[in-house]
Design a protein around this ligand. Structure first.
Ligand code: 6PG
Length: 475
């Protein structure tokens, strides 16, 4: 019998997805540039299901039933283009190529167009959940032509994570939409991790708590409205003791955070779309600062001024941090969903934010109880202007705002950096302000560049003759 799905690129993610398909009863054709990886997979896991071993692209294509469905799991970038072209040359009209890597959505738009011209379907699919998710159920965000989802959807849904029986996979929209939402997912992942890091740092540096105790605080938080995969694994990482030194693992790890690019892409795209994603941007910049090793070493002696005093009541301050974390998290998601709405409008994707929240409830790295609330918020009001205006989130943030301010104020007086907490609070205050100093910015722009301004009391465009008699003229 022919295979229902082919997977090319059998590094860990590719192998695990191939095994996941096989475990769900599909016959899976396997291909890898070097056949050794294919053989290793078959030797270790060949008994988990039905696999077809192939060596060449021709064999691989021949092993598949039609329309052929081939999932590419190779490194994003040039490697992906090379594999796509090789496959396309061997495929026939109606066949489907799925790119499951973290590709840049503009590449996906370009590739989809090129494949459509050859009568092939190209599906850029965001896949989240890491190695474990790939094997046991990831969250899958396929874009591409709706028609391709008829044949592909059932397979992807069957291997995806399930929450209350609902698959964590849905057709996101045309061409690059799947990779776009995966990119923003990763941006939110960055923000979530930065916020967790700031909460940890405050407990460490302001309250002087040992790592293991902070781990217990996170474990406790994981039973409330912060319940999420990232909070759960934070508790585990903080509990980990280094075998060699007996110190907490977190103390022997170099404090320079890496990044592969999806967070940076999110911020670049947000800049182009004009959407403030301050939480995500601060998270990306915090990783950059952490990795500026030479500069940090040189700057270590800079004076921090007179430190404030630590809060006397530890338990109350921990509650404050929890509230600050939750409120900042709401801001980061509100901003991320704003970016998705803007991207969707810009590219005509018609992405449904509610169904996106639904498929992020399980499988992916940002999976959380919280996503259920977001799903409910959009179910209640699909045209919600900001998540912060949903009654549930509004109440949650408003009731935590005093804590949030105390945390940012304490961090500031004690010299502990909280870029994501602080910028999220400033965003919140900016959003809810009646008047912003942007009016002054407009005045200055008009002064030095005759950039004009609008008035609050009448329509029209105006300019003050700054270098003349300073009367106002209507443009
Ligand atoms: C996921 C992850 C995954 C990967 C990120 C990490 O959703 O499963 O986001 O895609 O772990 O690329 O990104 P950084 O290396 O940039 O932190």
């Amino acid at each position: 019998a022919k295979a229902q799905i082919g997977v090319t690129g059998l590094a860990v993610m590719g192998s695990n997805i191939a095994r996941n398909f096989a475990r769900h009863g599909y016959t899976v054709a396997l291909h890898n540039r070097s056949v050794a990886k294919t053989d290793a997979l078959l030797a270790d896991h060949g008994d988990e299901g039905s696999f077809v071993r192939t060596e060449t692209i021709a064999e691989f294509i021949d092993a598949l039933e039609r329309p052929r469905r081939v999932l590419i799991m190779v490194k994003a970038g040039d490697a992906t283009d090379a594999v796509i072209n090789e496959l396309a040359d061997a495929m026939e009209p109606g066949d489907i190529i799925i790119d499951g890597g973290n590709s840049l959505y503009t590449d996906t738009i370009r590739r989809e167009k090129a494949m459509a011209e050859r009568n092939l379907h190209f599906v850029g699919a965001g896949i989240s959940g890491g190695e474990e998710g790939a094997l046991n159920g990831p969250s899958i965000m396929p874009g591409g032509p709706a028609k391709s989802y008829e044949s592909l959807g059932p397979l992807l849904e069957s291997i995806s994570a399930k929450v209350d029986g609902t698959p964590c996979c849905t057709h996101i929209g045309p061409d690059g939409s799947g990779h776009f939402v995966k990119m923003v997912h990763n941006g939110i992942e960055y923000a979530d991790m930065q916020l967790i890091g700031e909460a940890y740092d405050l407990m460490r540096r302001v309250l002087d708590l040992p790592a293991a105790e902070i781990g217990e605080v996170f474990a406790g938080w994981n039973t409330g409205d912060l319940e999420s995969y990232l909070v759960e694994i934070t508790a585990q990482v903080l509990a980990q003791v280094d075998a060699e030194t007996g110190k907490p693992l977190v103390d022997v790890v170099v404090d320079a955070a890496g990044q592969k690019g999806t967070g940076r892409w999110t911020v670049k795209s947000a800049l182009d779309l004009g959407i403030p994603v301050t939480g995500i941007a601060e998270a990306v910049f915090a990783r950059a600062l952490s990795s500026s090793t030479e500069q940090r070493v040189a700057a270590r002696g800079l004076a921090g001024g007179t430190p404030g005093t630590a809060p006397a009541d530890k338990a109350t301050f921990i509650d404050d941090i929890r509230a600050a974390l939750y409120a900042s998290k709401v801001v980061a998601y509100a901003q991320g969903f704003d970016q998705i709405a803007a991207g969707s409008a810009e590219y005509g994707w018609d992405v449904d934010p509610g169904s996106l929240a639904t498929i992020w409830r399980g499988g992916c790295i940002i999976r959380a109880q919280f996503l259920n609330r977001i799903r409910e918020a959009y179910a209640e009001n699909p045209k919600l202007p900001s998540l912060l205006l949903d009654p549930y989130f509004r109440e949650a943030v408003e009731s935590g705002v005093d804590s949030w301010r105390r945390v940012v104020a304490t961090a500031t007086t004690m010299g502990v950096p909280v870029p994501a907490f602080a910028s999220s609070l400033s965003y919140y205050d900016g959003l809810r302000s009646d008047r912003l100093p942007a009016a002054l910015t407009q005045g200055l722009r008009d002064y030095f560049g005759a950039h004009t301004y609008q008035r609050v009391d009448k329509p029209g465009t105006f300019h003050t003759l700054w270098s003349g008699d300073r009367t106002e003229v209507e443009q």
